[in-house]
Design a protein around this ligand. Structure first.
Ligand SMILES: O=C(O)CCC(=O)C(=O)O
Ligand SMILES: [Fe+2]
Length: 321
């Protein structure tokens, strides 16, 4: 006799047995079987949940790695790099060899540094207000707008105007002599910290152009001037630069999102998160290829203050006309 037929034989009601009791037993047996099959599938559901969670986490990790290509944060917005700057040395590129060398100034030691102890947050706020007032006079149609106190260049629509000519005497209502004094003071301190960090004679470094305030928001740039996010080398873009400094006037993540400064190294990207009062400075050659991330929300203010070793490219501090 086969096993199957044995089972059949067992389920058959015994002769003379009570039929309703047997039915109850069958029902209870079915209920028990249903219960145990649910218990069996509970394991399967748990396994499915784990698979969904793990693949969700993997997808999130993958997407966030696409979104952020930052391999190292050199200085985050939350930390205070003070009193000493945080210095990162990099090998100098050959860019400086194509230019006349100026002993005591031309980069021999190259690198980048971040300092939060040079300009106070209060000073940064005064400079930011100055930038806000100046840029409120005009501004580009989108992307970045600039204000250059030296040349007077101010973004206006798709071009630039000279604020000193365009607004004439009215400019005295916008900028005060104290604003210009603060600008000179801050420029002097930045020059001193660059000289100390790179072992230079500060009297052999000169302010050079362009040196400008920038305002960046998330609106789309309408002209190439206003596309601030392209990777570039300052020495190539601006020619006379030997040392670039950036003074940030607003805070990454609270005043704006996106807009981090990114050094694009061969082995990965290193970022500086803007912080009001933070000075970031570096040698301007291709050892410091960089870009600014697109601003995704809010408004970012900064000043680019640049120095040259070539006295022929020196400019004086800006003054009110
Ligand atoms: O605003 C910044 O963080 C960088 C600006 C810049 O790269 C430049 O002015 O050359
Ligand atoms: Fe730059």
């Amino acid at each position: 006799m086969s096993r199957g037929s044995m089972a059949l034989v067992r389920q058959r009601p015994p002769k003379g047995g009570n039929a309703s009791e047997i039915e109850r037993k069958i029902k209870r047996g079915n209920a028990l079987r249903q219960g145990s099959s649910w218990r069996g599938s509970r394991g399967l559901v748990a396994l499915l949940l784990v698979v969904v969670c793990v693949s969700g986490a993997a997808t999130w990790l993958y997407l966030s790695s696409l979104d952020s290509d930052i391999t190292e944060v050199l200085a985050s917005q939350r930390e205070l790099v003070s009193p000493e700057p945080r210095v990162f040395t990099v090998q100098c590129s050959e860019d400086y060899e194509n230019h006349k060398r100026y002993p005591g100034c031309t980069p021999q030691k190259c690198g980048r540094a971040v300092a939060d102890g040079v300009v106070t947050r209060e000073e940064a706020q005064v400079l930011r207000r100055l930038a806000e007032r100046g840029l409120a006079l005009a501004g580009s149609e989108g992307g970045a707008s600039i204000l250059d106190l030296h040349s007077g260049a101010l973004s206006m629509g798709k071009q630039f105007v000279n604020i000193y000519r365009y607004f004439g005497d009215q400019i005295g209502d916008v900028f005060t002599p104290e604003d210009f004094q603060l600008y000179r003071d801050v420029r002097g301190r930045i020059q001193a910290i660059i000289a100390k960090t790179f072992g230079l004679d500060p009297t052999l470094m000169y302010l050079t152009k362009p040196t400008f305030f920038s305002r960046i928001n998330s609106t789309a740039a309408k002209t190439q001037h206003d596309e601030y996010w392209h990777p570039h080398i300052d020495k190539v873009t601006y020619g006379s630069f030997d040392y670039t400094s950036l003074l940030y006037l607003s805070d990454y993540d609270s005043d704006f999102t996106g807009g981090r400064f990114v050094f694009m190294d061969q082995n990965g990207n290193r970022t500086v998160e803007p912080r009001a009062g933070r000075v970031s400075f570096f040698s301007s050659g291709s050892e410091n290829l960089h870009r600014v991330e697109k601003v995704t929300w809010g408004t970012r203010y900064a000043i680019t203050v640049s120095f040259t070793c070539d006295p022929a490219h020196a400019i004086a501090d800006p003054t009110l006309p």
